[in-house]
Design a protein around this ligand. Structure first.
Ligand SMILES: NC(=O)c1ccc[n+]([C@@H]2O[C@H](COP(=O)([O-])OP(=O)(O)OC[C@H]3O[C@@H](n4cnc5c(N)ncnc54)[C@H](OP(=O)(O)O)[C@@H]3O)[C@@H](O)[C@H]2O)c1
Length: 336
């Protein structure tokens, strides 16, 4: 694993080729086991994963405190190698409802001050607003992060779920290490305009939803019971006929995986890895078992015949259902 290194854009840090997305350890996918989550972070660091992704609104600080605890209890050498990527800006009420985004400079600095405390670190490696605040020009939000960089509290500016125009405006304001955005065999929207833009500007990609939130993992079944607050309980791709159709696509991938002697999740992760050295998939493992499976993707090489078979089994736009419910799609700067 330690030999699998990628660099985020022209100005970003070197990182392990796979990052660990910590969101599911606190939120979005039902209950998680705290001790197992921390053990998973430790196992990832031990295996050479250096990039940990979190957000201040993942169970409102819970995820940052969990990552902070995992870092404090990790061996010093591993802790020092870790890069922490933090998203901010999403506003929520105590019931967890979403109520917009705040990218005002004073708010950015306020969010950062809280995050540094919760994480127990003296700097954040990559800091990004989760969604564009439509009332605040991106130059102001990025400018505030640039000021935090000057003071040593942040190392790099990242972006999340924004489209070409915002990417260009942000990059004209400060160097951008990476854009965090959904990318998977069944979610290829970024290939049309966004990837060409980030490549032109020398910005890396940290890809999330590589397993399409578990749908492409090979472990998801029709009869899986989901908690009411699980994102998948209302995500279009997981509903009724859509789910049936999408799981048929997974079965087509399973044939390819079995032929290669690997798992469906490993095919899905290896496919994203194969799309370019500028892309670092974030895997959402929250148990050591899932982590080990995901890391196994680094040893899977997809040759031209494999890629053609995947393309035939799951062409672009083969999935049924949008990647977010309508209300959340409206907040995506990438979809407007
Ligand atoms: N910027 C943004 O807008 C944004 C949005 C969403 C997420 N993110 C970040 O990206 C990270 C990854 O996204 P994600 O969690 O949605 O991605 P994901 O990897 O597509 O989905 C994670 C889900 O897949 C399941 N899974 C099954 N097999 C797995 C395996 N072998 N390895 C890993 N997971 C497996 C997990 O299931 P079980 O644990 O239930 O088995 C978990 O529920 C997040 O943690 C977060 O940090 C960013």
């Amino acid at each position: 694993m330690t030999t699998h290194i990628r660099t985020l854009g022209n100005t970003g840090p070197q990182t392990s080729a796979l990052g660990l997305g910590c969101m599911g350890m606190s939120a979005m996918y039902g209950e998680a086991d705290r001790a197992e989550s921390i053990a998973t972070v430790h196992a990832a660091l031990e295996a050479g994963v250096t990039l940990l992704d979190t957000g201040d609104f993942y169970a409102m600080g819970h995820n940052e405190m969990l990552v902070g605890e995992a870092l404090r209890t990790a061996p010093a050498a591993r802790r020092e190698q870790a890069l922490i990527s933090v998203k901010f800006g999403a506003l929520r009420d105590p019931d967890g409802n979403w109520s917009g985004h705040d990218g005002r400079p004073a708010a950015v600095k306020n969010f950062a001050a809280h995050s540094l405390q919760r994480l127990g670190v003296d700097h954040i490696d990559i800091y990004r607003i989760a969604r564009l605040d439509p009332d605040v020009p991106i130059e102001e939000t990025v400018g505030a992060i640039a000021e935090l960089i000057e003071k040593g509290y942040v190392r790099h500016v990242g972006l999340s779920e924004v489209g070409p125009e915002t990417i260009r405006r942000a990059a004209a304001t400060a160097p951008i290490s990476d854009l965090q955005i959904e990318y998977a065999i069944i979610t290829r929207d970024i290939e049309r305009e966004i990837l060409p833009t980030t490549r032109e500007l020398g910005i890396g990609i940290t890809a999330y939803g590589v397993l399409s939130r578990g749908l492409l993992s090979g472990h998801f079944t029709h009869d899986r019971q989901l908690a009411a607050n699980d994102f998948r309980a209302f995500a279009p791709r997981f509903q009724g006929e859509n789910l049936r159709h999408n799981l048929d696509l997974v079965e087509a991938l399973r044939e390819i995986a079995e032929h290669k002697g690997v798992s469906v999740a490993q095919i899905a992760i290896a496919w994203v890895l194969s799309r370019g050295e500028d892309i670092v998939p974030l895997v959402g493992a929250r148990t050591r078992e899932r982590l080990a499976e995901s890391l196994g993707a680094l040893d899977v090489t997809l040759d031209a015949a494999d890629l053609a078979a995947i393309e035939k089994a799951v062409p672009a736009d083969a999935a049924a259902g949008a990647r977010y419910p309508a209300a959340q799609l409206a907040h995506l700067g990438t979809e407007q």
